[in-house]
Design a protein around this ligand. Structure first.
Ligand code: AMP
Ligand code: ZN
Length: 114
């Protein structure tokens, strides 16, 4: 999508600190980290949010989640704990409308979220 920030990162028109990439997804460090580990995982296909993922594309969600788990292991936070966040639409705080999972870890999390 032309004017989507994360599509520009996928096309390498905007630089990002990439930690993983394959033919379907990209993972990169969040530019404004909220924890020692804060990585965003996105599909290369543009979908604005979870609300927009069609049923037949559901496999991309498990791929993103299991890759987040793998990165958590690599970053040595799997055992201690981590949080995966999927903000969806305006009231959740979603700001970039290209679906993304946040992988957060490396510090004690609090609950409830803000
Ligand atoms: P959300 O509020 O769930 O839409 O999250 C958007 C996230 O994208 C925020 O955590 C931002 O810090 C992050 N972000 C915005 N621009 C960039 C960028 N150019 N590179 C990496 N992360 C970004
Ligand atoms: Zn996009």
């Amino acid at each position: 999508m032309e004017d989507c920030l994360f599509c520009k990162i996928i096309k390498k028109k905007i630089p990002a600190s990439t930690v993983y990439e394959d033919e379907r997804i990209v993972a990169f460090n969040d530019i404004n980290p909220q924890a020692p580990v804060h990585i965003l995982l996105i599909p290369k296909e543009h979908y604005a949010s979870l609300n927009d993922i069609p049923e037949e594309k559901k496999d991309i969600l498990s791929h993103l989640l299991l890759k987040a788990r793998e990165i958590a292991r690599e970053k040595k936070i799997a055992g201690k704990g981590y949080r995966i966040v999927l903000n969806t639409a305006r009231e959740s705080g979603q700001e970039v409308f290209h679906i993304h999972f946040h992988l957060l870890g490396g510090r004690q999390m609090t609950w409830p979220p803000g």
